[in-house]
Design a protein around this ligand. Structure first.
Ligand SMILES: Cc1ncc(COP(=O)(O)O)c(C=O)c1O
Length: 378
């Protein structure tokens, strides 16, 4: 099948109700993921070893497809209950100082703080507070010293939609420190050189439309050399069940796992990943960028300040609206059936590739119906 028709087929799978602009919070399950849930449940209900093996194979498929999309080897991939579990395996096994912005999603901030507290002084967060929360090379260089062993950063910031420049960050920290990337808000909708990072974590419940329980994490060779597998469980030994034995953790990434994963969740992840791989991340990214442009045009026309970057290379699928009075805007959207996230003084809207012109029009009409003067001081 050609790339064009594969992408068109992908677009045709978006059967979510019009008005849905909350992909950065939660991705309604795709039809193929929904079908997979029923098919796998039937297979698991049969008790037939060949049927059980088919479902178990989805774990391998999920790792292989994630590896392909990350430019990594499947042996470097793990499936995790959620992205935060991947970060836990990374932080609890690290020593030295880890640079992170204090404005990061709590998957980074709280996890890093807890790991430091448990480390008896071996690990310390090096908090930075860059302007607008944008983790730039300049902000990193300012915080660097010989104690710094790693940088932890969101590829795309959950709050502003700012897309970090992975290549520039890698250059800033040099080859000998670990680059730990939370790709929750980018993976599947942003094409980039993910192989620049040593640890990449993500999940399937937003942009992959695969539901919860679908975390994954990649650990490069350098990561495996420097991150002790302190949270490794008996599923992390890589060999037969270690009864009457206390083997070392596996040398591949499975060291950073606890026990066998939820096969039904891994199956959903595998299906979500395949859909994105087949459609092409570049095509998905271009479609998302077009929808973001359309939303920016609506916001500008209504005089609503926007906190997200305008430049395509520095953004992904998140547009953060910062009206003077967020409550009336939020209420107008809810009344019109537009689903978005209001947090603090901002309203976050996030389209996916399959977002339709109808949905953008609903946003436009909802804003217009409530009157501009309620949103801006002008
Ligand atoms: C940037 C970012 N990281 C991590 C998470 C949470 O990931 P998980 O629930 O898979 O641990 C979110 C959820 O919104 C997020 O936006």
């Amino acid at each position: 099948m050609s790339r064009v028709s594969a992408f068109d087929d992908f677009l045709a799978t978006f059967d979510v109700e019009p008005g849905y602009l909350n992909w950065a919070a939660n991705g309604p399950l795709s039809p193929s993921v929904r079908a997979e849930v029923f098919a796998d449940a039937d297979l698991l209900g049969s008790g037939r070893p060949s049927s059980l093996a088919l479902v178990a194979d989805r774990i391998i498929q999920a790792k292989e497809t994630a590896a392909e999309l990350l430019g990594a080897d499947a042996s470097e991939l793990t499936v995790q209950p959620s992205a935060t579990y991947g970060l836990m395996h990374a932080f609890y096994g690290l020593s030295g100082a880890v640079i992170a912005s204090s404005a990061e999603f709590p998957s980074i901030t709280v996890t890093l703080e807890r790991a430091a507290q448990a480390s008896h002084g071996e690990l310390s967060p090096r908090w930075i507070d860059p302007q607008d929360g944008h983790v730039t090379p300049a902000a990193i260089v300012e915080a660097l010293d010989a104690d710094v062993t790693a940088l932890a950063v969101s590829h795309v910031d959950f709050r502003t939609g700012f897309r970090a420049d992975l290549a520039a960050l890698r250059e800033a920290i040099g080859p000998d420190r670990l680059l730990i990337v939370d790709a929750v808000q980018s993976f599947g909708v942003v094409e980039d050189d993910y192989a620049l990072a040593d640890v990449v974590v993500g999940h399937g419940y937003k942009w992959l439309r695969a539901g919860r329980g679908t975390g994954f994490a990649r650990f490069s060779t350098a990561a495996r050399e420097r991150i002790a597998p302190v949270l490794s469980g008996f599923g992390g030994v890589g060999g037969p069940l270690p009864v009457d034995d206390l083997p070392a953790a596996a040398s591949d990434a499975s060291a950073y796992t606890v026990n066998g994963p939820d096969q039904l969740a891994a199956a959903r992840l595998a299906v979500g990943l395949s859909a994105v791989r087949d459609a092409g991340v570049a095509s998905i990214e271009a479609a998302v960028a077009d929808h973001v442009d359309a939303i920016l045009e609506v916001a500008d026309r209504h005089g609503i300040p926007v906190r997200s970057p305008r430049e395509r290379a520095r953004r992904a699928g998140i547009v953060t609206l910062a009206p003077e009075h967020p409550a009336p805007l939020s209420a107008a959207l809810t009344n019109a059936g537009v689903v978005a996230t209001t947090r603090g003084d901002a309203v976050r809207v996030a389209p996916h590739a399959g977002t339709t012109a109808d949905t953008i029009r609903m946003l436009d009409d909802a804003i217009a119906s409530a009157g501009n003067e309620k949103f801006t001081s002008a």
